[in-house]
Design a protein around this ligand. Sequence first.
Ligand code: FEO
Length: 405
Amino acid sequence: MNETEIKPDIYWVGAIDWAVRDFHGYVTPKGTTYNNYLILDKESTLIDTVKYDFADITIRSIKKLAGSSEIKNIIINHIENDHMSALGRVMEHFPQAVIYCTLRGKQGMERFFDISKWNIKTVKTGDSLNIGKHTLMFLETPMLHWPDSMMTYVKEAKVLFSQDAFGQHIATTQRFDDEYLESTSVNELEAITIDYYANILMPFGRLIKSKIAEIQKMNLEIDIIAPDHGLIWRKSPSMAIDIYLKMADGHAKLRVALIYDTMWHSTEQMTLPLIQGIREEGVECRVIKLRSTPMSVAITEFWNSRGCLVGSPTLNNEVFPSVAEFIVHLRGLRPKDRMVGAFGSYGWGGGAVKWLYNEFEAMKLKSVPDGVQVQYRASDEDELRCFEFGREFARNVKEYHSQFK
Ligand code: FEO
């Protein structure tokens, strides 16, 4: 039984990807799901599809539930491959279906498929579609997280199909938040939701706030938030919204993430007195060595901590490559509301620490100048400088953190 009823006549018909461990560079140790939904009605309607590899699974579920009745409408809330790449296969089975998506969705869709024989209707915020007992209302959410993105709200069932928003990467036999909470904690549910937010939605905090405000202004009653990945929020849709509002407000823990790499352990040697200095100020410290840690884990640690110290040796007058990779990821996520600093070792000419401060400035992050550097290997005096810089950094982070709710 792959199908799951989420409300009368509304079914999850998605696929569970138990095996995926690398989701376009984002590590997914728990796998993921591609959620799509079928509404059985006078005009039976499919909400989203799945990743191409799982097309057969969803088609089988759809046919099993719909029987001989046609699928009249297909709503495409988001055109990224994990949700739309099976559309061509689905359309082979239901060629008469009318596809509803945003204008940007249609423009993107024709880059992936020959759409000349498809009946595609574009929709805008406030447009609605009556399919019998249910009325679907569309809400554009451009850049959450692609330009084509939209959500679909089903008035009678009070279900918000939110595409990527409010999702989590987790493969599980449990479909709902309350089922998941039977065997785990609220903290764990919050952690997997934040992990997803940090790596996918971090750049869009301001947009998220205004879109949630728009939804709240519409006074939509929401019993269920049904995202395109992970668990369906049946018990606590308000918890999903609260987590997103908290994240959009720059929420972080009073903590320092110390993220570094090292060549011959000299930069690594600096981490110990830095950590001691941070701890001396009563601030928790999480330590991440980049070549031993997936990039998305480092990003999540960065996001969960109010402060971040980045450490790099200088290699050929440049920052160390793995540190540069981390910074490139971070830059793309346009981080805000975090305090940063840098440290590192060098042989005959520095460069890495200066490079890092230039990057911090370009990202408009608050920083504690000027970091700490040592030549070749830290002496006792150097270790004392590291300890003092750790303390100074932690004091600054505490003061900065007090400005947030
Ligand atoms: Fe889950 Fe933006 O795709």
